[in-house]
Design a protein around this ligand. Structure first.
Ligand code: AMP
Length: 184
């Protein structure tokens, strides 16, 4: 079970869990948010294009995002697996991901959904202090999650593993690892 996607609303702890899980599973952690932030920081052409979307909480256009992911997945360290965090964010991206993987006769093993109640989410985001964590942008990202990303739960119903995301970092990773073991 090494080709994995982590899904959950903003504030569900995806980033934190992705770091912990990628270490435990010995697969690279691929965060499209981190990739975009690195481009923005380095002021690359891609970063300049992506910045306004990150600042407003909108999704970066699929054409830009998919190309960046395609390049990342072509690197040699992902041959044995990966943990995607923040991608796909909509069903169109999911289709592209499926296509990229099928080109090397691969497919996803599981999609892990971190489930967290809404009041806990807002609390977590407000205390995180990232520059796109203003109340307005948080609200927009939540809306986009519901309208664009939540349909992925249906799209991936066959390989979906839902885990309670409330608790300590180690506690939640232990739940995810146990759920993955149960599936294999
Ligand atoms: P994240 O770090 O996953 O919360 O992502 C931060 C921001 O990066 C999002 O609000 C989007 O603007 C952008 N982003 C990250 N992943 C994607 C994606 N798969 N598709 C489009 N935009 C993305």
């Amino acid at each position: 079970m090494t080709r994995l996607v982590l899904v959950g609303p903003p504030g569900a702890g995806k980033g934190t869990q992705a770091v912990a899980l990628s270490e435990r599973l010995s697969v690279p952690h691929i965060s499209t948010g981190d990739l975009f932030r690195a481009h923005v920081g380095e002021q690359t052409p891609l970063g300049k294009e992506a910045k306004r979307y990150l600042d407003s909480g909108e999704l970066v256009p699929d054409s830009v995002t998919n190309e960046m992911v395609r390049e990342r997945l072509a690197e040699s360290d992902v041959k044995a697996g990966f943990l995607l965090d923040g991608f796909p964010r909509n069903t169109k991206q999911a289709e592209v991901l499926g296509q990229i993987l099928s080109e090397s006769d691969n497919s996803l093993d599981a999609v892990i959904q971190l489930k967290v109640a809404e009041d806990v989410l807002v609390q977590r985001l407000m205390s995180r202090g990232r520059s796109d964590d203003t109340e307005e942008v948080i609200r927009r990202r939540q809306q986009i999650y519901l309208s664009e990303t939540a349909p992925l739960l249906e799209y991936y119903a066959d390989i979906l593993i839902t885990v309670d995301g409330v608790g300590g970092v180690d506690e939640v990773s232990a739940r995810v690892l146990a759920a993955l073991r149960e599936r294999t």
